[in-house]
Design a protein around this ligand. Structure first.
Ligand SMILES: [Zn+2]
Length: 157
């Protein structure tokens, strides 16, 4: 459980936790959430906008965080905390198995994408151009809204 006074903003690489005379810097949890959302979107074949980024701290902290409304930084509800803790995989063997499954799913998804196959529905992926640049989009749009924004798939451009 964290104690102390926490300051940060959505752009800084690290946030600061002060408690008495001690200062501890830690990774910006908004950035961590963004990484987790990207990974989950990839694994679950969902668009990133299907996720809501929420950063929660214990009531034993005081927060001074500057962030846009897109990421909510708040205090955790104890009921939600207990649900998360009881569903967390704590068994080392189960955790490793879980990670291997995720890595395997991610590999399968990337193989399909490299073969221009939509990992969500199996139709072809087409190279498209949007206002943020090139991306791969499902040929069955708007029925399937799968997109892959990675530029790395366009090495031949
Ligand atoms: Zn599709």
């Amino acid at each position: 459980m964290l104690y102390g006074y926490i300051t940060g903003n959505e752009y800084s690489e690290q946030w600061l936790r002060k408690r008495g005379n001690s200062k501890i810097y830690f990774h910006n949890p908004i950035h961590q959430n963004y990484g987790h959302i990207k990974a989950l979107a990839n694994i679950l074949n969902l668009n990133e906008d299907c996720f809501i980024s929420i950063v929660c701290f214990s009531h034993t902290t005081k927060l001074n965080i500057k962030a846009k409304k897109a990421t909510k930084v708040s205090y955790i509800n104890n009921n939600i905390k207990n649900i998360i803790l009881t569903n967390n995989i704590t068994n080392v063997r189960e955790r490793k198995k879980h990670i291997k499954t995720i890595e395997s799913n991610l590999k399968q998804t990337n193989v399909l994408i490299k073969e221009n196959i939509c990992p969500r529905c199996g139709n072809n992926l087409n190279k498209k151009h949007g206002k943020y640049g090139y991306f791969l989009g499902c040929s069955d749009y708007p029925k399937c809204r799968y997109i892959k924004k990675a530029i790395t798939f366009f090495n031949n451009c």
